[in-house]
Design a protein around this ligand. Sequence first.
Ligand code: CNA
Length: 238
Amino acid sequence: MDEQIARLKEWVDASDNIVFFGGAGVSTESGIPDFRSVDGLYNQQYKYPPETILSHTFFMAEPEEFFRFYRAKMLALDAQPNAAHLKLAEWERMGKCRAVVTQNIDGLHQKAGSKEVLELHGSVLRNYCMRCHKPYDVRDIAAGIGVPKCECGGIIKPDVVLYEESLDSYTINKSVEYIRNADILIIGGTSLAVYPAAGLIDYYRGNKLVLVNKSETPADRRANLVIHAPIGQVFAQL
Ligand code: CNA
C-alpha cells in the first residue's frame, strides 16, 4: 500500500495535468453516506428503494415522500470537506489539477476551494421553481416541511439529475475534453455503476489511470495503479 501511494505521489508531483473523476465515496469521510457501501443508502430500509424515490416519475407522483427522503438523506449542509477534497483544491491552486468531474451533488469540492468542478448530477445547493424558474436557497428547502413551493405556486425542484433525467450536455462535453487530454486520471470513491457518468472514463487515453476506492470496481483491471483504501486517508499522504 505504502509503495502504491509513493508511486502515486511521484506521478502527481511530476504532473500539471491531473483530472479527478469521483463519486459518493469521496464524501463518506465527511459523514455523507454513499449508495452502495454496506452502510450506504441502498442497504438501509425504506418503503421504496432509493433509485425509485430519486427518479423523475416518483418526484412527480409523490413529491411529499420524495422531499421527506431528500431532506433526511441527501441534504447534509453542515458536512465539511475532507482531506481528499482539500488536496484536490490545493492541486488546482498549484496548477496541477485541471478539473474535478464529480457525480456528487453535495458541493463539497467547491467548499474546499476547487473552482473547475463539473457536476454531472447537479447540486443540492441550486434550486428552482419549476414554473417561473425563480432560484431558491437550499436553506429554504432544508428548513421547510412538505413540498417546497414558490411564491407563484410552482414546486421548487433541486437542480439534481434524477434517474430518468438526462445529463447536461455542456457539462458532459467539458468533462470529456478534460478527461481525453489528461496526463493522469484519478478515479476515486465511485462504484462506476451509474451510467452515462461512468462511461466518461473511457475517453482517457493516457497511461496513468489511477483508482482509489474502498472496494473493487469494473475498471480495476485496466488501471495502471489501484489503491483499495479510504480516499481521504490516501490523499492526506500525497
Ligand atoms: P456508489 O455507487 O454509492 O459507490 C461509492 C463507492 O465508493 C463504492 O465503491 C465504495 O466502496 C466507495 N467508497 C466509499 N467510501 C469510500 C472512501 N472513503 N474512500 C474510497 N472509496 C470509498 O456511488 P457513486 O458515486 O459511484 O454512484 C453514483 C451516484 C451516487 C451519483 O448519482 C451521486 O449523485 C450519488 N450520491 C451522491 C452523494 C453525494 O453527493 N455525496 C451521496 C450519495 C449518493
